[in-house]
Design a protein around this ligand. Structure first.
Ligand code: EPU
Length: 470
């Protein structure tokens, strides 16, 4: 097989790595643009029809690295994180930590971030930074534990549903925090958190993380019931234990945290990004090719591997590698998204283009977010036959399920990215479409995928970024 390795830094990354000092990188223009949430003129141009073949090294998980950065606020010692994806959301979190008084060094070449917060300098989060990502909400837990106070604007992130934070706030209140909610601002204050029994109505991912981190330094024992046990949470809990926390029950819906007086520094390796891995797995199958995913944790990819196999693909696994190969046919499969180990909601939009190429009718039921199918309009522009069932009134039309009729040939078109995950979904559709696909609002991809274009090009995709990040 004509293997194209992307193990080392790709060319565009290399340019970034050779160049600027940390300070400039942190305040680089694309990050600034993303923080201001401004769309750019940049577009991705893809000529469809190339079969992808080669190896892709999977980066560290965004949704673990961001929480580990937040966890660094729990100690005055140094926290070193390796295998950190060099993406805009990480840079944005680094900025937020700096505002709180942390010294943060981002070493792009080694994918390493060092953080040390000797003292918390302020407890009011700058609104534009806080709103830049949904993940910023997890700093609330460490800030309450360390400084006893935080005020923040309601967090941002992708527009995929309502995304409230009531479970985080209810949990803090159970631990003795006074929570005041203004129109757009929340002010939380506590003398010292105390342990509590917390039942979550839904196993919120960031909710579990924020409460678990807060409880590590609370007086007494906290139990979180109906906790989320996504792999990134288990990984974070283990990191906290290495910092001196006393957490048990990780990987189950019952987490117990015995509070301790202080936590110490730690050096960690961020676990692989299962969502990036799923994206490249689909890229292999949709183009009729084969890709070896390197540096993955196989068990975290079980839902993806099972569905790909059911659709007719070949999936081989050995140690921390997975070979994904298109089969002789592509069959329709049904998908419903659920918390782990259910099929991840973040891979729903990644699978959708694949289903347009499968024979038969696939049914997709989005059960985590109430509004995560809007992007399918973009695939319709390319010729897909996706019938979304919508409900609601006026501007509140919501959709949670879709029927995908396939196979339908896709044709290149000018399409838009709506959020991180649907952005890569339209790229995958472009890989198999006839002619040129142009994708706008590309900044969404920078938020969550390290060198996405470079990695795709290295395995044979004909894809160009008209204005790659500096
Ligand atoms: N929910 C509530 N109340 C709450 C919290 C959540 O009703 O207080 C509901 C939400 O509205 C949603 C469901 O619970 O319908 C799931 O939300 P959850 O809180 O679990 O999601 P999250 O923590 O905001 C994280 C990831 C998402 C990922 C979900 C599900 C981060 C920064 N984000 O979001 O990732 O989709 O968990 O696994 O960790 C992405 O990476 O692109 C992304 C969107």
């Amino acid at each position: 097989m004509a293997a194209a390795s992307v193990q080392g830094p790709s060319e565009s990354n290399d340019r970034i790595l050779r160049s600027e000092p940390t300070e400039r990188i942190l305040r680089s223009e694309p990050t600034e643009r993303i923080l201001r949430s401004e769309p750019t003129e940049r577009i991705l141009r893809i000529q469809g029809g190339q079969r992808l073949d080669g190896r892709v090294r999977i980066s560290g998980a965004k949704n673990a690295a961001l929480k580990a950065l937040a966890a660094s606020l729990l100690t005055d010692e140094e926290v070193v994180l390796n295998n950190v994806p060099m993406i805009a959301d990480v840079l944005s979190m680094a900025e937020l930590l700096r505002e709180f008084g942390a010294e943060v060094e981002v070493d792009r070449a080694n994918e390493r971030v060092r953080v040390q917060t000797r003292q918390v300098a302020r407890t009011d989060a700058p609104p534009s930074l806080f709103k830049a990502t949904r993940a910023s909400v997890v700093v609330t837990g460490p800030m309450l534990a360390r400084a006893g106070e935080i005020s923040f604007a309601l967090p941002g992130g992708d527009q995929i549903g309502k995304r409230p934070i009531d479970m985080h706030l209810k949990g803090f209140a159970r631990m003795g925090t006074e929570v005041e909610r203004g129109e757009d601002v929340v002010h939380a204050r506590v003398k010292r958190l105390h342990g509590a029994r917390i039942y979550m109505d839904y196993p919120s991912h960031t909710g579990t993380e924020a409460l678990m981190m807060a409880a590590t330094r609370a007086a007494g024992t906290t139990t979180i019931m109906n906790a989320s046990y996504e792999p990134e949470i288990v990984w974070l809990g283990n990191m906290l234990n290495r910092m001196g926390a006393r957490i048990s029950g990780l990987g189950t819906p019952f987490i117990t945290i015995e509070g301790v007086e202080r936590l110490r520094g730690v050096s960690e390796i961020v676990l692989p990004d299962r969502l990036e891995a799923a994206t490249f797995a689909v890229a292999a199958v949709i183009t009729g090719g084969q890709i070896t995913l390197e540096d993955v944790t196989g068990v975290h990819l079980v839902p993806i591997a099972e569905k790909l196999a059911e659709a007719g693909a070949e999936v081989w696994r050995q140690d921390n590698r997975m070979l994904i190969k298109a089969g002789s046919e592509l069959r329709a499969v049904d998908i419903q998204t659920l918390p782990y180990p259910g099929f991840p909601t973040d891979s729903q939009s990644t699978f959708m283009p694949l289903l347009t190429q499968a024979t038969g009718v696939s049914r997709v039921h989005e059960r985590v977010y109430e509004d995560r199918l809007r992007y399918t309009d973009e695939l319709l522009k390319m010729g897909a036959d996706i019938r979304v069932q919508a409900f609601g009134e006026n501007r509140e039309v919501l959709a949670t399920s879709a029927e995908v009729h396939g196979p339908t040939p896709l044709t290149g078109a000018r399409v838009r990215s709506l959020d991180i995950r649907s952005a890569v979904g339209v790229v995958l559709a472009g890989l198999v479409a006839e002619g040129e696909t142009q994708i706008t609002d590309v900044h969404h991809i920078d938020r969550g995928y390290q060198d996405f274009v470079g990695k795709l090009a290295a395995v044979g995709a004909d894809i160009v970024d008209t204005d790659p990040p500096a």
